[in-house]
Every structure is written in C-alpha cells, then in structure tokens.
Design a protein around this ligand. Structure first.
Ligand code: GLP
Length: 253
C-alpha cells in the first residue's frame, strides 16, 4: 500500500482531488468509483475547483457510486443520489446518464443489487475506486464480517455506522437499516484504489487497515491484497500507525 501522510485534512483533500484529476486526464473515458461521507465533501470541493480551473473534465467519464440506502428515493434529501448531485455532479461536466448509483427505492432491492453489479461488469469494471473509511473499518457499506469476495448486495448497517450517519438526517429521522453496496470483491476488481481518511476519530481504523491482519473484522484491511492501493491520510488519522516515520520517509508530502 502506498501511504501518503498530509499535514491536515485540507491538504489531504487537495491531494486526493489531484489524484482523481490525473486519472481522468490520463484516461478521459475512465470508469470512476465514487464514495460519499463527510471526508468526500472536502475532496469534491477541491475537485470542482480543479474542474473550474480547466484541470479536470469528466465529459467522457462514467461513474458508479459505492452504495445507497434501501428505501430512499433518489430525490430524498438524505439519499446518496442527492448528495452526489449537490456536492459533485451538478457542478462538473459529467453526463447525467453516465453517473450511476444503486436505486434505493427499487421494489426488489436484491434484484437491483444484481443489476448494479452487472452494470459495473458491463462497463469493464472500475478504473479508479475512491473510498472513505468507516469508524469500524468499513469500505462502502461493507460492515465487519463482510465476505472479502462479496459482490453488490444488501447489507444491514451496524449501529456505529447508523449513529455516525444520523447527523445527515433531520431530527427524529433515522438512517435506514439496510443499504445496497458494492461488495469487497467488486471493489478489489478496480484497477486502482484511493482511500481517504482524515481526523483522529479514524486513527484506530486506519491502524487496523494498514498494519493489522487482513481480516473481515476490519474490511478495509483487504486493501493490503490490492496491487495498486493508495491511502491519503492526514496526520491525525495516521497518528496510531506504528511505522508513521517510515511512511513519511518513503513519501515526504
Ligand atoms: C458512509 C459511506 C462510506 C464512507 C463512510 C465514511 O458510511 N457509505 O462509503 O466511507 O461514510 O464517512 P465519513 O467520511 O463521513 O467519515
């Protein structure tokens, strides 16, 4: 794994946005895998700035988001489709029909998960998959004990995940219990993976993912088996890494 440790969250967001811009510049017809969450908001802000500066075009790209809540329609204010429209898609030049998310409101969620997986395969799989990291080490919504070779399917969210994400829901409304998420196997087929984690709250998960055993207990640890995985961290998220000095020595940022 390539571990890049940046000074703070803003610098990490810039670094991640530059990474994505470099991908679409090198391959305009890239298939991007996109993520949601607080960490990505900063990354997308920087990416929009690069787009406005003429340094990133998405006109030839397509995207597949990692996940969506089951039961939320795309126009629900807390759906990931809405998040993506507001925080990225409406502000860049991606063709709307080329930006895919699972349909949370599908009558048959399991069939929708299968359709979504097939659409990713038909697109030739993901060139660059962007990932956040859950407090429990999840990637996408692959909660602890997810099969390391899973494909897109339904997952029940852990309490810590629902609590962490409840801040995005209006008072009195709870995040759904179920989500459709790309599987860990789906993510591992991506030709390149970029995980971004910032803030001290993520330090334990980062340490487990980078230096712990490869285990479904901390799903992100599977990235140790990926040939092209880059982690962009800020100092706070990297603070529990035993080999902190080594990573800085290899990649002084
Ligand atoms: C949600 C998403 C994950 C993301 C995680 C991290 O749970 N489904 O894909 O990694 O949030 O969120 P944050 O960046 O807000 O900590």
């Amino acid at each position: 794994m390539k571990i890049l440790i940046l000074g703070d969250a803003a610098a990490a967001a810039v670094r991640a946005a530059e990474f994505i811009a470099a991908q679409v510049t090198a391959k305009p017809a890239s298939v991007l895998g996109l993520a949601t969450g607080g960490t990505m908001e900063a990354v997308y802000e920087k990416l929009i700035a690069l787009h406005r500066a003429g340094r990133a075009s998405f006109a030839g790209a397509q995207s597949f988001n990692l996940d969506e809540y089951v039961g939320l329609s795309g126009d629900h204010p807390c759906s990931y489709r809405r998040y993506m429209a507001e925080k990225l898609f409406d502000q860049i030049d991606i063709v709307p029909d080329a930006a895919h998310l699972p349909m949370g409101e599908a009558a048959d969620a399991e069939a929708e998960a299968a359709r979504y997986e097939a659409a990713i395969v038909a697109a030739g799989d993901i060139d660059l998959q962007l990932l956040g990291l859950g407090l429990n080490g999840h990637i996408g919504f692959n909660e602890p004990t997810s099969s390391l070779s899973s494909i897109t399917r339904l997952k029940t969210l852990e309490r810590s995940t629902r609590e962490a994400n409840s801040r995005y829901f209006p008072e009195g409304e709870e995040p759904p219990r179920l989500a459709i998420t790309m599987g860990i196997g789906t993510i591992m087929r991506a030709r390149e993976v970029l995980l971004v984690a910032t803030g001290a709250a993520k330090a334990r998960a980062v340490a487990q993912v980078v230096e712990g055993p490869v285990s479904a207990r901390w799903p992100g640890s599977v990235l140790q088996m990926h040939r092209h995985a880059t982690l962009v961290l800020d100092r706070a998220a990297a603070s529990e890494l035993e080999l902190f000095d080594y990573y800085l020595d290899v990649h002084p940022e």
